[in-house]
Design a protein around this ligand. Structure first.
Ligand SMILES: Cc1cc2nc3c(=O)[nH]c(=O)nc-3n(C[C@H](O)[C@H](O)[C@H](O)COP(=O)(O)O)c2cc1C
Length: 368
């Protein structure tokens, strides 16, 4: 099968990002690269959001290299760390030095177990931060009183943070990630903020949807604005940032201290660099060429295979490849095979051939 792209163009061309008259950081009144989360000094304000099944070590390495100021692991069960799931949990928590600063995210509903888990994680893997998942909307997580379930009982969030701060003796910042509410944007998230601040949390990230919204509808950034007005700790805004312009708008509208990007980074881990550039200069960064995109995908696949082995490494990479190849007309004929093949050698070779066949610069688009 030919791997030469017939038409090396991305068809769904995003609308151009407007140039701003001044560098946004100066107009937003914030220094670009000085955000501290507890004792950890971060070199930027744009982070990779934790995403189970996506933000593994291969993807986190790319996100850090392309400008994410911090990355977080997939969520790890606090209970599993003391039971039969310990091996799988360790796989989820393992990270490499270039990923630092890195947070390990824990979920659980029992303050004692969460405290013990935090101590174990601190002693065994030494992350820069330990984050708590108080936002997961999925039934099986809610059933064990974890994730967004604490929004029904915000005081419990405080007890959990308190147990974790105590167990780790304040040696590692404990941060929290939650949602705008359980079934409504009511007072729960404000109560949660107060409870976790009093218990010693070092930052709070908010995905601006309720648990009932899951991932549907538009994120309501107003809740981030309101929380930021009340908070004493850094507030990280999250939800629906897909472009550098969205990132600017989220900072401007809410005055939040940092932002987290989840789905907007899938198949484009360079989004952090694009946002940093835009916020620093007010000018959009040149879109990466298809050759660059395929090169990054290839690098991720190689790393995924190296870490997880040929079978799992390829299997886990499929969902990422879908994103990397989205809208890529030239790869239309081979996309199906690339996404279903079980032969990692063939997939690597096909992507390499595609990479070699692509020009350094994309050809100019025909003028309509
Ligand atoms: C596939 C997927 C997995 C996710 N896993 C986690 C997780 O493990 N922990 C967590 O706190 N949030 C998780 N989230 C939520 C994201 O971190 C983020 O809050 C949400 O996607 C909204 O941000 P976005 O619009 O930038 O994607 C996940 C989201 C997705 C799409």
């Amino acid at each position: 099968m030919s791997v030469l792209p017939k038409n090396p163009l991305i068809q769904d061309i995003p609308k151009p990002t407007p140039e701003l008259s001044e560098a946004p950081w100066s107009s937003l009144g914030k220094p670009a690269r000085e955000l501290s989360v507890g004792s950890v000094k971060l070199d930027g304000r744009v982070f990779l959001a934790p995403m189970a099944g996506y933000t593994d070590t291969a993807f986190r390495r790319l996100a850090r290299r392309h400008g994410a100021a911090m990355v977080v692991t997939e969520m790890v069960s606090s209970r599993a760390l003391f039971g039969s799931g310990v091996e799988k949990s360790h796989e989820l928590m393992e990270f490499t030095e270039p990923e630092r600063p890195v947070g390990v995210q824990l979920f659980g509903g029992d303050p004692k177990i969460m405290g013990d888990a935090a101590k174990k994680v601190m002693d065994e893997v030494h992350p820069d931060i330990i984050d708590i998942n108080f936002g997961c909307p999925v039934g099986k997580i809610l059933k064990c009183d974890a994730g967004a379930s604490v929004l029904k009982e915000p005081q419990r969030a405080g007890w959990i943070v308190e147990a974790m701060v105590k167990a780790t003796e304040g040696k590692v910042p404990i941060t929290v990630k939650t949602r705008a509410g359980y079934d409504a944007m009511d007072n729960a998230v404000f109560e949660l903020l107060e409870a976790v601040e009093n218990a010693g949390a070092s930052a709070l990230a908010i995905h601006a949807r309720t648990r009932n919204q899951m991932f549907e509808g538009k994120a309501n950034w107003d809740i981030i604005t309101q929380i930021k007005k009340k908070a004493r700790i850094p507030i990280i805004g999250n939800g629906d940032v897909k472009t550098a312009e969205d990132a600017y708008n989220l900072f401007r509208q809410t005055n939040c201290d940092g932002i987290m990007i989840g789905r907007g980074s899938m198949g484009s881990p360079w989004i952090f660099e694009e946002i940093n550039h835009y916020l620093e200069t007010g000018k959009p960064m040149k879109s990466p060429s298809l050759k660059f995109r395929v090169g990054v995908a290839l690098e991720q696949l190689k790393c995924s295979i190296e870490v997880k082995g040929e079978r799992m490494g390829l299997l886990e990479m499929r969902k990422h490849l879908t994103h990397y190849l989205k809208g890529f007309e030239g790869a239309k004929d081979i996309r199906g095979s690339l996404l279903t093949s079980q032969d990692s050698v063939w997939v690597l070779k096909t992507l390499e051939d595609l990479y070699n066949a692509l020009p350094e610069e994309d050809p100019a688009l025909p003028v309509a």
